[in-house]
Design a protein around this ligand. Structure first.
Ligand SMILES: [Zn+2]
Length: 212
């Protein structure tokens, strides 16, 4: 699987009609808010899973992606959520069972002993569930970094990356051709729409644009 770097507005705009997961022609666009948390937050997991959950939540960033998928993979992220919640339900079931056995077997523990059993059971549940979430997260299409301007998405199809690069190239060529058309041979902005031209060409002088 490959990775792709997109500007945030590019990710939340129309992307090439190629399934992000398998590279086939896409049939649907799924709007999804991807969430990323920095790796350093995992240090807190070893202090306490609950602390990690809070730190990761505070340090997390999110970005919207208008993701193209084929009909087979349109439920890619829905299935991920379903797996996470199913795993959570199974874990709650297992730990409830253990708690009942603990109550039956160690009835003589008293209130304090039971409080410890319940606390340790709860923390174990949270820790296992977080590990399941992280594992499932790494099996799916996910962000590996989100900044103020861009998102890097991991686990996408190679053909999707190529389609994005191709679209970027075409966009640049179109823009360059349009810029050339809007600049007079003397290198002055077209008088009928100067504001529009200035907004389009912040990084290049009119002369450079002509030379391209
Ligand atoms: Zn697909």
């Amino acid at each position: 699987m490959a990775q792709v770097r997109l500007h945030l507005h590019e990710a939340n705009g129309p992307l090439p009609a190629v399934c992000m997961f398998c590279g086939e022609t896409s049939t649907v666009v799924i709007a999804e808010k991807l969430v990323w948390w920095p790796r350093w937050t995992y240090v807190f997991f070893f202090v306490h899973p609950f602390l990690w959950a809070n730190v990761a939540w505070c340090a997390s960033r999110s970005a919207w992606v208008q993701a193209p998928f084929c009909s087979r993979h349109q439920r890619h992220w829905q299935n991920r959520s379903l797996s996470i919640w199913s795993a959570g339900t199974v874990l709650v079931g297992i730990l409830s069972g253990i708690a009942f056995i603990a109550v039956a077997k160690f009835f003589e523990l008293g209130d304090e002993g039971m409080a410890i059993v319940i606390y340790l059971g709860g923390v174990s549940l949270l820790a296992i569930w977080i590990m399941v979430i992280v594992f499932i997260h790494h099996m799916t299409i996910r962000p590996s970094v989100i900044t103020d301007t861009e998102i890097v998405i991991q686990g996408v199809a190679e053909s999707f990356v190529q389609a994005v690069q191709e679209a970027d190239r075409e966009r640049l060529e179109t823009r360059s051709a349009r810029d050339n058309a809007q600049v007079t041979p003397e290198g002055h902005a077209a008088a009928n729409d100067p504001g529009h031209l200035q907004a389009r060409m912040p990084e290049k002088s009119p002369t450079d644009a002509i030379e391209e």
